[in-house]
Design a protein around this ligand. Structure first.
Ligand code: HEM
Length: 139
């Protein structure tokens, strides 16, 4: 990701913050439409789950400009996802649901450029999480 893309993601995330509840609700709806089998992996209250997701995304988005500060925690988040039953191919589905949700909420403001910046940010996070996952599996 270049610095302009990082700024784009940080700026659009700041605009999205007031819509956090709605983002979380629509995101999980879309995720379970794309892959209904994922439902059984989630046990808790979905409102709380949505809050956690948004908190971690906020942390990760803020950290894009200084990745060394987030690598450790994001790797450990990936390790924990192995325990949740998450498999590598699920990351693509989650990414698709996330980009779809942002596109819905931002409408025309979600230009191809903004979308590419978000796809880059998600890809980066998912990549680091999966490194953590591989370490957890092969340790
Ligand atoms: C950028 C990617 C992701 C982020 C930021 C993220 C964030 C989180 C957070 C913050 C939690 C709360 C628990 C914890 O901190 O360990 C969590 C739990 C969970 N996540 Fe993710 N996640 C991501 C990708 C995924 C993917 C690809 C899946 C696949 C379906 C997934 C499924 C789950 C499940 C099943 C739980 C536990 C739910 C439960 O125990 O009820 N996550 N995630």
């Amino acid at each position: 990701m270049n610095s302009h893309q990082i700024e784009t993601v940080q700026h659009t995330f700041a605009q999205a913050a007031p819509m956090a509840d709605e983002i979380a609700t629509r995101f999980y709806q879309r995720l379970f439409e794309l892959d209904p089998s994922l439902r059984r992996l989630f046990h808790g209250d979905m409102k709380q789950q949505g809050d956690k997701l948004m908190t971690v995304l906020a942390f990760a988005v803020a950290g894009l400009s200084k990745p060394e500060t987030i690598l450790g925690p994001v790797r450990r988040l990936g390790e924990r996802h192995v325990q949740y039953g998450v498999q590598p191919h699920h990351y693509a589905t989650v990414g698709e649901a996330l980009l779809w949700t942002l596109a819905q909420l931002f409408g025309p403001a979600f230009t191809p450029e903004v979308e590419a910046a978000w796809a880059g940010a998600y890809g980066l996070l998912a990549g680091v999480m999966q490194e953590g996952e591989r370490e957890a599996t092969h340790a």
